[in-house]
Design a protein around this ligand. Structure first.
Ligand code: NAD
Length: 326
């Protein structure tokens, strides 16, 4: 069995190839070549345990995540956990890897794929609302999806010290060095960003309900995964014909979709699936500048499985990780 920690996982892969793997996972979803039961969610007080099993024709696996909202204030990550990857023939566990790292790696790639599909090819600016762990990797993958020259960050955490965050981001960006700007408000971020990513656990919209501020941007909403969570305001529905998401369950799971559906602001026919888009467009066709687009991700075990299988094979090929005999 191969055990992989976060450093080894990042060293084994290249970000554009993780995005390609995520695109392929969406196509597998659209073709129905998988088995993924609804993920059991266990809540205990404010804390959540997520079990995300999934099978493809090639392999199967389970990501087990803990989401502890009080953790960031204690200096621990909000999301932690493990990914178990199994051989499809024997059921044997072939790899155990860091589930928090896998989540950030594939969720960043999900955002990057959303940008490759739905942002103009000429986009040079990205804004990230919610400068936490996912926001970090959204910014990083944005620079692989587009020629990003300016990154704008906004976070509502009172008195947040952006210094270490910006320094880590600059280090991770390596040779590419877009300018990084910390914004004092979501309005300032919106005024400067062609692509806007929301990556917060907010329960009410993280930006004003103002079509003039939202118009002409590519929105990638990552954070809301419960009906009580919400990042985008209703004004978005005046600007887009439809939203792209991953799977029908997103309409129940995420308040960004369930609330406007319940309130009669949208109907289900305005919800489309990125897998169908990618099957129809083997090479994504970016929209012209000035188009408002909206991609809402809730994540799914199929993404973790495909990315974990990719990491495992890349790690074997490059000699990463520790082999352990059970
Ligand atoms: N779509 C997916 O597949 C996927 C995957 C992983 C995590 N998530 C979700 O993404 C969200 C962020 O996760 P994380 O691991 O980055 O958490 P995190 O705690 O590391 O970061 C969240 C950041 O958002 C900030 N924030 C909270 N409310 C805000 C607001 N109204 N405006 C601006 N900033 C705000 C917090 O201060 C914090 O810095 C969570 O809700 C998580 O469940 C989604």
């Amino acid at each position: 069995m191969l055990i992989l920690n976060a450093d080894e996982m990042w060293q084994a892969v290249s970000l554009p190839k993780v995005m390609d793997t995520v695109e392929e996972a969406y196509r597998i979803f659209a073709k129905g070549e998988f088995f993924m039961p609804d993920r059991p969610v266990v809540t205990h007080g404010d804390d959540t345990l997520l079990y995300m099993p999934c099978f493809t024709e090639k392999c199967f696996g389970t990501k087990v995540l803990t989401l502890f909202p009080a953790n960031p204030a204690k200096g621990f990550p909000y999301i932690d956990g493990l990914m178990l990857l199994n051989d499809a023939e024997s059921g044997k566990t072939v790899s155990i890897m860091d589930g928090g790292c896998l989540t950030a790696m594939r969720t960043g790639a999900v955002g990057g794929v959303g940008m490759r599909c739905f942002s103009p090819a000429s986009a040079h600016t990205v804004g990230v609302i919610g400068a936490g762990k996912q926001g970090f990797y959204q910014a990083l993958y944005a620079t692989c999806a587009r020629d990003i020259r300016h990154i704008y960050l906004y976070d509502s955490f009172p008195g947040k010290d952006f210094g270490p965050y910006v320094a880590s981001l600059q280090a991770a960006l390596g040779g590419k060095q877009p300018e990084i700007h910390v914004c004092g408000s979501p309005e300032e971020l919106l005024a400067n960003s062609e692509i806007v990513v929301t990556a917060s656990p907010a329960t009410s919209p993280v930006m004003p309900n103002d079509t003039a501020l939202l118009k002409g941007k590519c929105f990638v909403a990552i954070g809301s995964y419960k009906p009580t969570m919400r990042e985008l305001p209703n004004a978005i529905w005046e600007l887009v014909d439809h939203v792209y998401t991953e799977l029908p369950f997103a309409m129940e799971e995420s308040g960004d979709l369930s609330q406007p559906l319940e309130d009669g602001i949208i109907t289900e026919d305005r919800v489309r699936y990125i897998g169908d888009y990618l099957l129809a467009h083997p090479v994504p066709v970016p929209p012209p500048p000035g188009t408002t687009t909206y991609f809402k991700s809730v994540g799914m075990g199929l993404l973790d499985l495909c990315v974990a299988d990719f990491i495992y094979h890349e790690a074997l090929r490059t000699g990463m990780g520790q082999k352990v005999r059970f």
